[in-house]
Design a protein around this ligand. Structure first.
Ligand code: MLT
Length: 328
C-alpha cells in the first residue's frame, strides 16, 4: 500500500500539511467525509420531497454521513436545477430531479440555464410515479366521462393547479388538456404539496399529480380521483380506474424521480452514491413506504447510472415531440 493509501486508510485526510488538497481521485476514495446537501426543487411535503426523504434517509445510514434536504423552489423546479448544475462536483451537493426538471423543461424553456445531459451525472433512479387526474371533493363531475364533458363545457370557468411551468403536474395536465383540446387557467404553486392543500381546500378545481402525493388524500376522502393514467390500476388505489377503463385511453402519463450530481463528479463518488441508493431500494421498510404511496420501484436493471442516462435521453425526446414552448 503506497503512502496515499496509508494516508487515506488513516482517515482520508483531505488537505495535506502544506494545505494543498488531495487530488480528486484521493478525495473520492475517502468520500463522504462530511454531510451531503440534497436539493429538492419543490416545496416540502410534495412528491419530490417525500420520495427524496424516504430514500436519502436510508442512504445516509449506508454512507455514514447526514444528507440534508434543501427545498429550493421556483420556475417549475428549474431554478433549483440550474443552481445544482453550477454546484461543486465533489459529491456534496446533489439534486432529486424528475421527469419535469430533467426532461420536459428542455422543450418548454428555450433558454434553459442547464442541460440535463450535459450538466449532470446520472446517479440513480428512485421511483416511478403514475399520474392521477384529481379534483376538489365537490367538483361536479362524478366520473371521468362526466369530467371530460364538464371541463369542455366550462373551460372559461375552471382552473388547474400545477407546480410551475415544466413541473410534472404542469406538463402532465398540458398533455391532458391537449387531448381534451381545452386551455383552462393554470394556477401555479411552489410544489404540489401546497397545490394539494389548495385542492383539499376547494380553492382550485383539478390537478394532474403524482400518485405519492394523492394516496393519503384519496384514502382520506378529501379529494376526488377520476383515473390513473397508466395501463394497469395501481395496487395502492385498487378502486381508481385507469384512464383506458374510464374512456380516455389517449391520456397516459407516468413521471419518475432520480438523483443527479453536477457534471464531473468523480466516478468513485457516483458509484458510492449509486450503491447506497440501490441498497435503500432493497430495504424492506423503504420499499413498503414507497409502495404504499403507489410508487413503482425500479427493477435492478433500471437502477444503474447508465440506465438513468438512457431514460433522460428518451424522455427529453418524448416530451420535445409532445410539448411546445410554454404559454401558461
Ligand atoms: C413536487 O414535488 O411538488 C412535484 O414534483 C412538483 C411537480 O413536478 O409537479
Amino acid at each position: 500500500m503506497n503512502w496515499y493509501g496509508r494516508l487515506l486508510a488513516s482517515g482520508g485526510l483531505i488537505a495535506l500539511a502544506g494545505g494543498s488538497a488531495l487530488p480528486a481521485q484521493a478525495q473520492a476514495q475517502g468520500y463522504p467525509t462530511r454531510s451531503i446537501t440534497m436539493i429538492v426543487p419543490f416545496a416540502a411535503g410534495g412528491p419530490s420531497d417525500v420520495i427524496s426523504r424516504i430514500v436519502t434517509g436510508h442512504m445516509a445510514q449506508t454512507l455514514g454521513q447526514s444528507i440534508i434536504i434543501e427545498n429550493v423552489v421556483g420556475a417549475g423546479g428549474t431554478t433549483a436545477t440550474a443552481r445544482a448544475a453550477r454546484a461543486a462536483n465533489d459529491g456534496y451537493t446533489l439534486i432529486t430531479g424528475h421527469m419535469g426538471t430533467h426532461a420536459a423543461s428542455v422543450p418548454l424553456y428555450p433558454k434553459l440555464a442547464y442541460h440535463p445531459e450535459k450538466d449532470f451525472e446520472p446517479v440513480a433512479l428512485l421511483a416511478g410515479t403514475p399520474i392521477l387526474i384529481l379534483a376538489r371533493k365537490d367538483f361536479p363531475p362524478k366520473d371521468l366521462k362526466d369530467f371530460v364533458t364538464y371541463v369542455k363545457a366550462n373551460v372559461e370557468k375552471i382552473n388547474a393547479a400545477h407546480a410551475g411551468i415544466g413541473s410534472v403536474s404542469h406538463v402532465s395536465c398540458q398533455l391532458l388538456n391537449s387531448v381534451l383540446d381545452i386551455k383552462p387557467v393554470g394556477v401555479p404553486f411552489n410544489g404540489t404539496g401546497p397545490a394539494m392543500n389548495a385542492l383539499v381546500g376547494g380553492q382550485v378545481d383539478y390537478m394532474c399529480d403524482q400518485i405519492v402525493n394523492a394516496v393519503p388524500q384519496i384514502k382520506g376522502g378529501t379529494i376526488k380521483a377520476y383515473a390513473v393514467a397508466t395501463p394497469a390500476r395501481n395496487p395502492s388505489l385498487p378502486d381508481v380506474p385507469t384512464t383506458t377503463e374510464a374512456g380516455l385511453p389517449a391520456f397516459q402519463a407516468q413521471a419518475w424521480s432520480a438523483i443527479f450530481a453536477p457534471k464531473g463528479t468523480p466516478p468513485e463518488v457516483i458509484a458510492k452514491l449509486n450503491a447506497a441508493a440501490v441498497k435503500a431500494l432493497d430495504d424492506e421498510n423503504v420499499r413498503k413506504r414507497l409502495f404504499d404511496l403507489g410508487s413503482v420501484i425500479p427493477a435492478t436493471a433500471e437502477r444503474t447510472p447508465e440506465a438513468l442516462a438512457a431514460l433522460v435521453k428518451s424522455e427529453i425526446a418524448k416530451w420535445t415531440s409532445v410539448l411546445k414552448p410554454a404559454t401558461n
